[in-house]
Ligand binder design. Structure first.
Ligand SMILES: [Zn+2]
Length: 506
């Protein structure tokens, strides 16, 4: 049974990711995922989940890798059953968003264009108007989102009850507990860490943010609002140092320093084509791991494009170096914090003055790096608040209080006054916020480890490249915590991340 399941699991993932790749790279007009879910629906029925659960129970505890493999397939099946249970609603929401436009200065902006327009609009009053117009579109769909969330919660409760049996109490049967059980994570403990991070970085954050806002936007921190954050975080002041036509060369040179010749990597295909419907953000689509990985960008230039592309390149290298011989469940399903750690490692090369000088020929980079770290802290604090909020949302499921809570937590953490309209929009499924936070925490330590072992210019050291290839080869076999232990830099703690902020911004 398991062999057949595995093969279908690979086929499903490849079909789904290929469809997403074609749509988001602008090669297909419609994102047709429903037919794929239907074709492979046997993979995530309650029967399949029951079979996997039974197989897991019958596998002796000393067959650790086998058990881990089955647990991955079970996690996949549960995740997809949840997604499938709300797929009509998900599609309806996407469809409405895709159809929504606003008139702006004689042009018709799509919903996606709207976010970019807010980020690039230098006039504050105009930015607020744009933001409010976009918020109206978001609010119109909040009933659908609430319905989707309730459905997800209901399905999660029944799966959790089924998996746990009679052994647990009713209060344990919720969305948060389901994911904690499958992924072996403790979101309450992490939310506690997130609160600590918020408290310990509060004073440096407020002081530096106030300075930066006065300088860049001419406003104090007490006046700042969410649309200002979107604009501020986009950071265009130093964009001349990051021209779009050098991006691929920078990528090539950076990887060459690690002994990776990207021009010979036939399994990592860079899609650089400027198609009109291509998503503005770079992304990585691992269709077949490691044989067919797409690294996609619509190059616009500027620091945010470089950071996002290097981030996705980190994912692409991870998938591209994954050993072909690994079981597929250790290639496609795992601890998302692990791949995000590798992605952040390349993402934050932009904060390395030596890399900026050597590869980007950007020498007087002090102010830029200060600004980058402040933006990073703003983002990390935003995600800390997201996790605290999501834990509450997915545990108590009291939607009447959720909008208010979202607004309070986001405003408190970011200091940008945030309304209630995005309380169900600014939300990813399955606690992705927690994975990002663990990845941020681990990346700081991994980066320090690389510096200690291979030198400050670790990115120009082939031995560092060999080390990375060696860990990438294990694909997603290990969780981020297990990998940290393997390297000898665990357990994952938020302290080094907090320390990085307080040191850099003091
Ligand atoms: Zn990522």
């Amino acid at each position: 049974m398991l062999e057949e399941y595995r093969q279908q699991y690979v086929n499903f993932n490849a079909a789904l990711i290929r469809e997403q790749y074609l749509y988001y790279s602008g090669q297909k007009q419609e994102l047709a995922v429903s037919p794929i879910y239907e074709r492979y629906s046997d993979l995530f029925t309650r029967d399949s989940i029951a079979n996997l659960k039974q197989t897991l129970e019958q596998t002796p505890s000393h067959f650790e890798t086998d058990r881990k493999a089955i647990l991955r397939l079970l996690t996949f099946a549960v995740d997809k059953l949840l997604e499938a249970s709300v797929k009509e609603l998900t599609e309806a929401i996407h469809e409405h968003e895709a159809k929504s436009t606003i008139e702006w200065e004689g042009k018709r902006l799509t919903f996606q264009d709207c976010a970019i327009a807010i980020a690039t609009e230098a006039d504050r009053a105009a930015r607020l108007v744009l933001y409010n117009r976009r918020a109206e579109i978001i609010e119109r769909l909040n009933d659908l989102r609430a319905e989707r969330l309730s459905k997800l919660h209901e399905t999660a409760r029944s799966i959790k009850l089924f998996l746990a049996g009679e052994r647990t109490s009713e209060t344990e049967h919720n969305y948060a507990k389901l994911y904690e059980g499958l992924l072996g994570l403790d979101y309450s403990a992490q939310a506690g860490e997130a609160e600590r991070l918020l408290a310990l970085t509060e004073s440096v954050y407020v002081a530096k943010l106030d300075q930066a806002l006065k300088r860049d936007l001419g406003i104090g921190v007490e006046e700042a609002q969410r649309p200002d954050a979107i604009h501020f975080l986009h950071q265009t002041r130093y964009d001349d140092h990051f021209p779009f036509d050098s991006l691929l060369e920078v990528y090539r040179e950076t990887m060459a320093g690690l002994g990776i010749k990207v021009e010979l990597q036939n399994n990592i295909h860079i899609d650089f084509e400027p198609r009109p419907n291509k998503a503005p953000r770079p992304f990585c689509a691992p269709i077949l791991i490691p044989e067919e990985v797409k690294l996609v960008i619509r190059p616009l230039g500027g620091q945010s494009d470089y950071a996002a592309f290097l981030h996705e390149a980190g994912h692409a290298q991870h998938y591209g170096w994954t050993a072909a011989s690994l079981r597929p469940e250790f290639k496609y399903t795992g601890d998302r914090a692990l791949s995000e750690t590798y992605a952040f490692l390349f993402n934050y090369l932009l904060g390395d003055n030596n890399w900026l000088a050597q590869v980007m020929n950007f020498r007087a980079s002090r102010d830029f790096i200060d600004q980058l770290i402040l933006a990073k802290l703003a983002t990390v604090r935003r995600y800390a608040a997201k996790l605290i909020y999501e834990l509450e949302l997915h545990t108590s499921a009291d939607l009447t209080r959720a909008a208010e809570l979202y607004s309070e937590l986001q405003t408190g953490a970011t200091k940008f006054k945030t309304g209630q309209s995005e309380f169900l929009f600014d939300l990813d499924d399955s606690f992705y916020s927690a994975d990002y936070l663990r990845a941020w925490a681990l990346e700081v330590v991994l980066r320090e480890y690389l510096k200690t072992r291979f030198g400050k210019r670790w990115w120009a050291n082939r031995r560092a490249g060999n080390f990375l290839k060696e860990i990438w080869e294990t694909g997603q076999l290990y969780s981020a915590d297990e990998m940290a232990d393997q390297i000898g830099i665990g357990p994952i703690s938020f302290d080094p991340l907090i320390e990085e902020f307080t040191q850099a911004l003091k």
